[in-house]
Write a protein that binds this ligand. Structure first.
Ligand code: C2E
Ligand code: MG
Ligand code: MG
Ligand code: MG
Length: 288
């Protein structure tokens, strides 16, 4: 009995190692083909202005349906794409699709695109973005780039120069997942970020922990003093929404309002008009 259990454990260890290796291999070879074969898709999640209940922006979120593995999350394949030197072409594809979509929306709705640190080291990015804006006719102020604090680990000055170029073009910059990783308040001084997105983990804890509530309130008032928009991500409950409002956040995003959805659905949601944030009529259903 014990012996058999031991052998099973060893076997399952070997299998899981092999499976992990195979999966990485499938992802690497698959990524080279995914862009050309139309396996990548963009979904859009609304970001809602708390004052008006209107959709102020939509965040583009990448999806990959792999023919064998099924859905592979971006948190898994983006780092692999970075390592393979494929992130530039993926970023270019995402930017173009996202701007094409946004160009068909009302003028007061922005598009937010996640830009990985590796892409921000490429001197081609600003030129690429200008070309996409010209092609789609989207005004620069309607494109917001979401970057994370990990970009500040690059001390070569390259990222710095590219961020400044992007700001000169007139793009908006958002600091994503704020409060985790390499947080330093000095970053808020060196760049004029338009938007601060507090990390989901703080909102997740807000109902149960006084500490999370204190941090959320402090970030809310800091951002207000610095005249930044503030997005509370990961809002799943009415109680979390309440805390975001109390902390003075300007915008909210989360499953309570809508999951990431395809282009035709988000276009319909934008057209449906403001959400009644005072009444509990969600999820995902705008009320007129
Ligand atoms: P992120 O930019 O912080 O995006 C927010 C993530 O939270 C998304 O996960 C979204 O689906 C999820 N989310 C939204 N509302 C809720 C909620 O109420 N509850 C919970 N539990 N989750 C919620 P997703 O789509 O899996 O993306 C994960 C990360 O992958 C993103 O984090 C971003 O860093 C990266 N990513 C996604 N698309 C792209 C892309 O086109 N380019 C790059 N470079 N990175 C991307
Ligand atoms: Mg606003
Ligand atoms: Mg983001
Ligand atoms: Mg985030």
């Amino acid at each position: 009995e014990a012996k058999r259990g031991g052998r099973n454990r060893a076997t399952s260890f070997n299998w899981s190692f092999k499976e992990r290796f195979n999966r990485l291999h499938e992802i690497e070879t698959g990524l080279r083909r995914a862009l050309d074969c139309g396996e990548l898709k963009l979904l859009f999640q609304p970001i809602i202005d708390l004052e008006s209940g209107r959709i102020s922006a939509c965040e583009a979120l990448l999806r990959w349906d792999h023919p064998i593995l099924g859905p592979v999350p971006p948190s898994e394949f983006i780092p692999i794409a970075e390592g393979m030197g494929m992130i530039e072409s993926i970023t270019a594809w995402v930017l173009r699709q996202a701007c094409l979509a946004a160009a068909s929306w009302p003028d007061d709705v922005r598009i937010a695109v996640n830009i990985s640190p590796a892409s921000l080291k490429s001197a081609e990015l600003p030129a690429n973005i200008i070309a996409v804006l010209l092609e789609t006719g989207l005004p620069a102020r309607r494109l917001e780039l979401e970057v994370t604090e990990s970009i500040f680990l690059d001390d070569s000055g390259q990222t710095n120069a590219i961020l400044r170029d992007l700001q000169r073009i007139g793009l908006r910059l958002a600091l994503d997942d704020f409060g985790t990783g390499y947080s330093s308040l000095a970053y808020l001084r060196s760049y004029r970020f338009d938007t601060l997105k507090i990390d989901q983990s703080f909102m997740a804890g807000v109902s149960a922990n006084a500490e999370d509530r204190a941090i959320v309130r402090a970030i809310g008032s800091l951002a207000r003093e610095l005249a930044m928009d503030t997005v509370a991500e990961g809002i799943e409950t009415a109680d979390q929404l309440h805390h975001a409002q109390e902390a003075g956040f300007t915008d909210v995003q989360g499953y309570l309002f809508s999951r990431p959805i395809p282009l035709d659905k988000i276009t319909g949601l934008i057209a449906a008009g403001p959400l009644q944030l005072g009444e509990h009529q969600w999820p995902g259903r705008p009320v007129r």
